[in-house]
Ligand binder design. Structure first.
Ligand SMILES: [Zn+2]
Length: 313
């Protein structure tokens, strides 16, 4: 590709984005490109980019996306595209921290065909303001002991979970429609990204972020997979009790904590809406509830966002 053509591509994408904030088109005699993405986001959401490229020799096409705040040159997050079954159709999902302040951000897409010079283009992102709850949770001596447990077993459990959540399998494309709730109950007792203070029974305290949504359900309530995927963890953990983790897309996982019982095994495929266990109060829990959490590239994101927004397959 000549530099002139590359320059033209950049201009074309910028111009079409000026007209329509969510979609861009470009076509030439060699290839055509169409992309869309959500340009207005809240902290804790994700940016979903669908990129469709028609090109004669797309066997070695690959791309990645980096996310920047406009004031700092270093990327905050970088993630590869993954391929769908449709030829030339690529998807990237970028997790957004719930700590981001409102303002102007951008994503930079680098797309490479074979050994050619990468095409690089930038898309504007507007981070909107969102308020999160603050709460103080008193812990009894038992829960204080769990929260302050530094045993080798607990450290190993945390390491294993983090290793799973950081795994990006390009072929793990299981879920193609938005998530559904993990329970028929709707009463929530804690919300995504609540800013928490744990008040220990010994008088000290610690701060933390609530990574998921808590449903106030009695012990024994059926828990359902929020999407189709592969069960990658079934374990009784010190802090989260009986826990299940399901992989849905490359780098995208759902987590279910404090279960009374679990009816799936590691390596098993489950369908969206399939029963995976019963809710309970195992691990660090001040009462029976279901904790439902979503992780993308290791970062906790708002589960409600993926009930409403999903890539095009
Ligand atoms: Zn919770």
């Amino acid at each position: 590709m000549t530099m002139k053509k590359l320059f033209f591509l950049l201009c074309a994408v910028f111009i079409s984005f000026g007209l329509s904030a969510k979609e861009g088109y470009f076509s030439s005699s060699e290839y055509s490109l169409h992309l869309n993405y959500n340009d207005k986001v809240y902290p804790g959401d994700a940016i979903i980019i669908n990129l469709d490229i028609e090109q004669k020799n797309c066997t070695e096409c690959r791309g990645e996306v980096s996310f920047f705040t406009n004031s700092i040159k270093k990327a905050l997050v970088t993630t590869p595209f993954f391929q769908t079954e449709k030829e030339g159709s690529l998807i990237a999902i970028i997790p957004l921290s719930s700590w981001y302040e409102p303002g102007d951000f951008h994503v930079e897409i680098r797309y490479i065909i074979g050994n050619n010079t990468p095409m690089v283009f930038s898309l504007p992102i507007e981070m909107l303001a969102k308020d999160f709850n603050s709460e103080t949770i008193p812990l009894n001596p038992t829960n204080t002991a769990i929260k302050t447990d530094n045993s080798t077993t607990r450290v190993q459990q945390i390491d294993r979970l983090n290793q799973i959540l950081d795994t990006w399998n390009s072929d793990s494309v299981w879920q193609k429609i938005p998530f559904t709730p993990p329970t028929t109950a709707t009463r929530r007792t804690s919300f995504f990204a609540d800013r928490r203070v744990y008040a220990y029974s010994n008088g000290s305290s610690s701060t933390s972020l609530h990574y998921g949504i808590d449903y106030g359900v009695p012990k024994g309530t059926p828990v359902y997979a929020c999407g189709t995927g592969k069960v990658v963890l079934v374990e009784n953990r010190i802090s989260s009790g009986n826990s299940i983790v399901i992989e849905h897309l490359p780098g995208l996982y759902s987590l279910y904590y404090h279960l009374d019982s679990m009816s799936v095994v590691e390596g098993q495929m489950v369908k969206q809406g399939e029963k995976i266990g019963l809710s309970g109060d195992t691990g660090l829990a001040t009462g029976p509830h279901l904790h439902w959490e979503i992780r993308l590239h290791g970062l906790a994101i708002n589960p409600d966002f993926l009930r409403e927004t999903w890539p095009y397959f």
